[in-house]
Design a protein around this ligand. Sequence first.
Ligand code: ACK
Length: 732
Amino acid sequence: ERVLVPRGWKKKPVVLLFTVCRPGFFKASPHSPSCSKCPPHSYTLDEASTSCLCEEHYFRRESDPPTMACTRPPSAPRSAISNVNETSVFLEWIPPADTGGRKDVSYYIACKKCNSHSGLCEACGGHVRYLPQQTGLKNTSVMMVDLLAHTNYTFEIEAVNGVSDQNPGARQFVSVNVTTNQAAPSPVSSVKKGKITKNSISLSWQEPDRPNGIILEYEIKYFEKDQETSYTIIKSKETMITADGLKPGSAYVFQIRARTAAGYGGFSRRFEFETSPVSVAASSDQSQIPIIVVSVTVGVILLAVVIGFLLSGRRCGYSKAKQDPEEEKMHFHNGHIKLPGVRTYIDPHTYEDPNQAVHEFAKEIEASCITIERVIGAGEFGEVCSGRLKLQGKREFPVAIKTLKVGYTEKQRRDFLGEASIMGQFDHPNIIHLEGVVTKSKPVMIVTEYMENGSLDTFLKKNDGQFTVIQLVGMLRGIASGMKYLSDMGYVHRDLAARNILINSNLVCKVSDFGLSRVLEDDPEAAYTTRGGKIPIRWTAPEAIAFRKFTSASDVWSYGIVMWEVMSYGERPYWEMTNQDVIKAVEEGYRLPSPMDCPAALYQLMLDCWQKDRNSRPKFDEIVSMLDKLIRNPSSLKTLVNASSRVSNLLVEHSPVGSGAYRSVGEWLEAIKMGRYTEIFMENGYSSMDAVAQVTLEDLRRLGVTLVGHQKKIMNSLQEMKVQLVNGMVPL
Ligand code: ACK
């Protein structure tokens, strides 16, 4: 700083000292006594600067004080996940690693609709609704509703802050690709009367506003006014029908609903028309098919359908052998009578010829359309490969290919293709999607969508501790939603476990592994029970182990175990306990303890899934709603299962740990490769295994064990020892 001597100094002996700032310093007001150093990411090259310039790629808002650092736009949000529910999409992400030095980060969602053939995308337009909003989002989640059914969308989540608009560089966003699911058509809203005679009424109507797919047919229900218990149903592929055989001069009520592959939409409102009292020639419509005319109550109609089905003597997809009576639903399909609106799973066993089943539910793919790239694993029947599928008129896309090894028996081929016959009946974003099968050439193959991150259990083990609770709950929500769909279809999985869930690059989880004999043969976790069945004991409900009572409620039990696997990042349920010890402990009412850092609400849900009485367990739709609620209100996930109660639970009724397992604390810590903490343990009074048994997570933190991986290793080892020694699970 130099001293300036102002003019007139000689006349008046007043000393005024002004400081001139050097480069790198600035003074916002000339009256300030001193210079300030330029704030971070700013500089000056000149002397006497009144402000600093921002470095390249850094900016300042007009409202930012000159003393504030220059800032830059945030980096992209991270780890975005999506959940698709029919035509709604829920997105969630974690904040950007770099906020650009500002606190005013918000998010903007760009929506693009993409053509699956050409890959070209266009802006979504105004029909999409964003909850709570599209721009200026403060929270790290958003829901899009009113999307089109069966459409590919790309959502770009961009983080912006107060200086983003000054940035000429590329936008920083994370993008998520989703395909919306099928949704039932909206109700028919406009119905017009046509020609009316004394015995007939002709009607026409318009396609629903939102067909959500190709309309396969319409169902027209009509009855004489005030005689609702006696009604007629007509099905028509056209948007017009003629109802005949009516009484002259009488009022009739009509309701219409449309059906797509997703099922029936809601009925339209009631439309009332009257036949004429005078005789007029009736017209008819070739496309209509009168189906049922009954004059009984709705319940009797149902009975009539069942009797009709029994008398018909024709086979239908109705399985007594495989599915439990509680789970039984009537399967009427393909020329057989099918109850309107009920989509149910058809057991391929009910087909005399399994080849017929596979071709009914799976597309045949030409082997020349498939390029196998590499082997990614081994299945029961042969190798599992990744590759690409190029169908005519479509872009090539990645697929997984299961192959049937050479020299297979006829039964092996049947069982192998049985999985495709089952998978091909499902259409849900959380169920692995079947592309098709190759049966006309060898090797026989099943081609499914490719899931970049492979099996969920392996993926979680590889990424221990890497996800937010919300992301884990998002995965669980997806699995529950897939299971809800399966249970609605009347399908009991029997081998729900994290190893049978696949996860893609968007962290979307999909239920897989639908083999026919799979539970009995191919799962390495499955063990023979005394009754001869082969069952994955650790994942299976007690009633299913004891007397093979496999139901959606036993799938719920397994789902609880999957929740535990997910929240503990792929830990093995019941650790190294033997199957026999697991059966005994569960029978005695013990349950797995909460995983580390697990929200109390989630652990409670696990315990609910493990209710001994299967009727008391939640249903999958309740689980989905519960998880949705937690996702919508993330603060409800903040209460964790108390670390000390988690450990003390393990100690209930039990003698202290260690007398048998390890002779000293040092030996134990060495054995788990945590020997570096021996000294700290000893210095802090944890010098015996009995004392170590009391260690809680807080204690570990206090001792300076700050690495989460080390905390987990120590706590899990303690748990394992306790469980082994004292069967110490949580008594219900
Ligand atoms: O954990 P992974 O990599 O995921 O190893 C197994 C292996 O094949 C044997 O089942 C992987 N796998 C199975 N189906 C798929 C699929 N659709 N997409 C990607 N990987 C798959 C599984």
